[in-house]
Design a protein around this ligand. Sequence first.
Ligand code: UDP
Length: 394
Amino acid sequence: MIGDDWTDPKDELARDRRPSPDSPRRVAVVTGTRAEFGLLKPVMEAVRDRPELGLLVIAAGSHLIQPAETFREVKKHFEVADSVPMQTVGRTGRWADVEALGKGVARFGRSFERLAPEWVVVLGDRIEAFAAASAASVGGIAVCHIHGGDRAEGVADEAMRHAITKLSHLHLAASEQSADRIRRLGERPEHVRIIGSPAIDGLDRVEAMGDDAFAELGSPEIVFLKHPIGRPDEAEEHAASQALEALGSLRTLALHPNHDPGREGILRALLGAGSNVKVVKHLERSQFLALLRRLGTSGGAIVGNSSCGLIEAAALGLPALNIGARQRGREHGSNVVHCASDADAIREGLDAARSLTPPFGHPFGDGVAGVRAAAALSEIDPRDTALLRKHCAY
Ligand code: UDP
């Protein structure tokens, strides 16, 4: 039987890797998609600002799918220590995601072996975060998970998010409810901290988009951002077309969906939309947030199923219409109206959403999550065996 004095060889390995006791603690922050880069940015900045921490940014997965626009955004703000390609261009669908996940685990393993981080930081529920957390956990490196414990169905997000919790050693939750769920999954209370959502960091300083930039985007009344939920392309195309039709003649800015299975169908619906719909691939987060702020002051709304309708939009004073099941169960502010996917429900929901008036409340903290995350990474010793040797708390 293994006694209390037993030391996992992996713990030893983690200890051996530390370059020297007084060199900065190496913190690898993994970003895999635009969906979490904006949230991780304040965390990365706060890590960079602390002399006792050394930031290693790893860009992976969806960022690297050509034309790799969001990878350029990462490189604009940070030096990238390594990149971990996962997806293959042109191969989409659930089985392609499985392959990408496997490739990611192997490649993250090599990257961590080479970079020797002491902390690996992941956020959310995507395959990139799951691959990185798996590799770090098996490799004996402490994993810090931000935004764990949330609920939101996504494609396979709910399962991956809670699996990442079980692979992680430090949990930085966005809300009281999420922290509670993490503890109920058997994680030790002393390793669970509530930091708020880093999605809220800096939003109080976001100014409404100026007239010229707004006009260039077609002076929209609606931002449409709808991701697939894993159905075949035809079903996704049909659902997205119905939603766009329900928006009638409202001036709409539609953004490309993420790379989940069903994306091609949504892209087809965007191509076939009326002349009131302007399609843009992606806006840099600063521009995107400025646009949401502007819409909030001019009676607009965000429509679709993006997490930012439920998380950021409340703090930016913007009503959100959340369509269908993708975000089912997610906490949100008082700016959100939920509706089913048919055109009538969307029309009705949109009227209800646009009649909501700010200020809106939300459960995601006070906008200093990044600084709190960096403080936790500095205060908690990633080589502590009590942290690395996981036990269920009950
Ligand atoms: N976002 C962005 N530019 C865009 C669209 C979204 O920067 O053109 C950011 C947005 O601020 C939010 C995140 O992407 O932080 C939301 O991600 P997305 O809707 O892609 O995915 P989800 O979180 O719903 O999976």
